[in-house]
Design a binder for this molecule. Structure first.
Ligand SMILES: Nc1ncnc2c1ncn2[C@@H]1O[C@H](COP(=O)(O)OS(=O)(=O)O)[C@@H](OP(=O)(O)O)[C@H]1O
Length: 390
């Protein structure tokens, strides 16, 4: 009886202790989750490959044209190749002896006799198909990116001012636009930066006088070689098309804008028209591939494209909130970590990103990869492919 009388308080105490323990565990758990470094689903990409019927492509040639958002595309290729242990055809230094035409011997470790095989070729070069074919697999996917030559030349004027004789001679951009042929002499130092820059990067003669039948023939040949030509003005639509063609996941093509200037000179419509006329070959090229781009979008489906672009933007926003201190790019001097400071060149400030410090290590590594500038990433890949002392 005594025992029975004693039991309720003991049971009650036990129940109270149990409830308290559960509460403390839950409280500590949620509290620890809140204060522990942030993490996100790096290991489970948003689009599961298991439902895909296509085979992800890993033999890639990207012609990194200049001032066309190529660094943002390159970062994505670097990340993909790095994570999947693909082999890059790397330059000895940072570019393939640009502005010379590409040659297979410019690739670090390339040897005509033993012919090593590569997965990705993507650093700055002047395109030269026969030499590329010597080292890249025959099933490689070729793609490049173009930009309206008017805004491209505005960017180029600011960035390459000190290395192009035409730009150096012009007192300012307005003067250059008004009288380009006064400042420009074909063949003078660095003048490929000042006229038909994309035509030049494609390995063609940028000083050829404009002629429709020649331009048409060259552009058709480019169309035959390149499986996809992206447009920097429609970067997100470009990434969706690329993701589809490569059969990659959404996270593989999400990126933050790299290599942007702090400010640019706004151009009047009349100035844009003048620059397009000055860059007649590039304008012809751009108009042609603008048309093929939107034909591809039509085939992909407009509504589907809108949906995919929304998904891409949402994921970028989500990653930016997880990874970055500021949602807008910042000046290099605000970035304390040397490894992610953007390379500075030219008249304008090139912007970069500050990655949060209090992130879980895997998450932080992922975030750092997304903002690692081109030259630094090239060193990382180089060290991985050519370990010292091996
Ligand atoms: N995602 C995205 N969307 C649109 N535009 C973008 C993007 N990423 C980079 N950019 C712009 O591309 C310009 C830099 O191009 P590159 O990286 O090819 O330059 S470089 O040749 O490698 O120096 C540079 O243009 P300017 O700012 O006009 O110079 C960048 O702002």
């Amino acid at each position: 009886m005594r025992l029975l009388l004693c039991q309720p308080p003991i049971l009650l105490k036990g129940l109270i202790i149990l409830l308290a323990t559960v509460f403390i565990i839950q409280f500590l758990g949620s509290h620890l989750q809140e204060s522990s470094p942030q993490t996100f689903t790096v290991l489970h990409p948003l689009t599961s490959t298991s439902t895909q019927t296509c085979q992800p492509k890993s033999h890639i040639v990207f012609l990194k044209t200049h001032k066309t958002a190529g660094s943002s595309v390159l970062n994505m290729l670097n990340r993909y190749g790095d994570r999947n242990s693909l082999t890059f055809a790397l330059p000895q230094k940072y570019q393939f002896s640009y502005p010379s035409l590409f040659n297979a011997n410019m690739v670090k470790g390339y040897d005509e006799l033993n012919k090593p095989t590569y997965d990705i070729l993507c650093h700055h070069m002047r395109f030269n198909l026969p030499e590329i074919r010597k080292l890249m697999p025959s099933d490689s996917f070729y793609f490049t990116i173009l930009r309206d030559p008017a805004t491209l030349i505005e960017s180029s004027f600011s960035y390459y001012h000190s290395v192009s004789s035409a730009f150096k001679k012009a007192p300012n951009l307005t003067e250059f636009i008004a009288h380009p042929s006064y400042y420009y002499k074909p063949g003078d130092n660095g003048n490929h930066y000042a006229r038909n820059f994309q035509w030049f990067d494609l390995g063609l003669n940028s000083d050829t006088p404009f002629n429709v039948s020649l331009a048409r023939a060259e552009v058709r040949e480019i169309d035959r070689v390149f499986h996809l030509v992206l447009l920097s003005e429609y970067f997100d639509e470009s990434m969706v098309l690329l993701k589809e063609e490569l059969c990659w996941d959404l996270d593989d093509v999400v990126n933050f804008k790299l290599n942007s200037r702090e400010s640019s000179t706004p151009l009047e419509e009349r100035e844009k028209e003048m620059l397009r006329a000055w860059n007649g070959l590039d304008w012809y090229l751009y108009v042609y591939f603008n048309r093929t781009f939107w034909e591809k979008v039509e085939r992909f489906g407009r509504e589907r494209m809108d949906f995919e672009v929304r998904r891409l933007k949402e994921r970028r926003q989500q990653l930016a909130e997880i990874c970055l201190e500021d949602l807008d790019p910042v000046r290099a001097n605000e970035i304390k970590e040397n490894s992610i400071k953007p390379f500075q060149f030219g008249q304008e400030k090139i912007m970069g990103w500050v990655v949060k410090m209090d992130l879980e290590p895997n998450t932080r590594a992922w975030c750092i990869q997304m903002v690692t500038p081109e030259l630094r990433y090239k060193n990382i890949l180089d060290a991985k492919q050519f370990p010292v002392g091996v």
